[in-house]
Design a protein around this ligand. Sequence first.
Ligand code: CTP
Length: 408
Amino acid sequence: MGLGGGIAAYKTLELIRRLREAGASIIPVATEAALQFVTGVTLQALSGTPLRNALFAPLEADGMDHIRLAREADLVIVAPATADLLARMAQGQADDLLTALLLARRGPVLVAPAMNPAMWEHPATRRNVTTLQEDGIHFIGPEPGAMACGESGTGRMAEPATIQESARRILTPKILAGRRLLITAGPTREELDPVRFISNHSSGKMGWELTLAALRAGAQVELIHGPVTLPPPMGALLHPVTSACQMLDATLNAWLGTANGPRCDAAILTAAVADYRPEQRQHDKIKKTDATSAPHLTLTQNPDILAMLSAWSGVRPRDGRPRVIVGFAAETGDALARGHAKRIRKGCDLLAINDVTAPGCGFGTDTNGVTLIGRDGREEVWPLQSKERVAERLIAAVAELVSHPRSL
Ligand code: CTP
């Protein structure tokens, strides 16, 4: 973790904490200027590793710290990267430990710039950024917003969570490179009148985790989602919808390909689509007519998006590229038997069944336990684990199926 001398260095402390929590080991390397903003003691305490900041450290017997650090790290992150640090990197200077190790580095480097907006927009910085991008350096941010200097514009360092996600994407093997995935997530809302609707408890978390896992694996993702309160996953193509009928339109468009984008290679439908909608949406708010009576609602069935997708195109397209369709089933009671019947009824390649009444499974939780059923009826049980881990495993299964259709 290389730190340049900018006020955003305080956010790097949070980044170090988050990365350590996620299992990374961190070696902090600070420029002299960085130590005007954070102390070596703080960096050492948070990272659990002594700070490195001297090119010629007396404790290093062979004086080769810059080479060792450059080689041993899986990833070098520079946060904050000041205008001066970017200029020195672009020039290939090596006059302190951080720039020397960056020059000796062969593996990935992620840079999170932070500076005054005028400095970021200056032609000199633009040139340096272009040079570094051509050299294969990854950039995250800066973001627009209010600056410590009182101005506002683009120059704020990306948030620690964003830098962490960017680091994960760089480090994740690209098993879905060149593939396009369609994911549906969240609930749908079926309006009764301008103020009321029928919906369900879906939070969208499973679809979100799948989107992140697919993006990390190098896929392009079209995320079609109902009303949720989750932050948009960086880099996904978002299609917000409200009702089941809108979700059907958006899903078919993405699956078949339109002027806006090519066809998708796989679809994972996690959305909790409302099965019914009011036969008629009232134009005006439904009013109480007296003190006791209640209106009778007539409902009609919504289209089954998963069944239509499976029936529409099958898994063997004309261009020979295999396509994979995965459904999710929320079950209560005899989940497995119902799951097998549902997979056949809906015609999908894989069905991930979860018993929403089991502890830790289902709506709004961060964990899930699923049983995966394939076309051949084989069952694979994934015991309770984080939705993030379920997503990672399912994405690996989908990557396998789109590459080796015979295993369907
Ligand atoms: N699904 C869909 N369109 C619908 C209903 C469900 O695409 N109108 C998809 C879901 O996104 C999920 C799968 O079908 O991938 C199973 O959803 P589930 O709610 O378990 O199935 P239902 O069809 O609602 O069956 P039932 O109510 O009988 O359990």
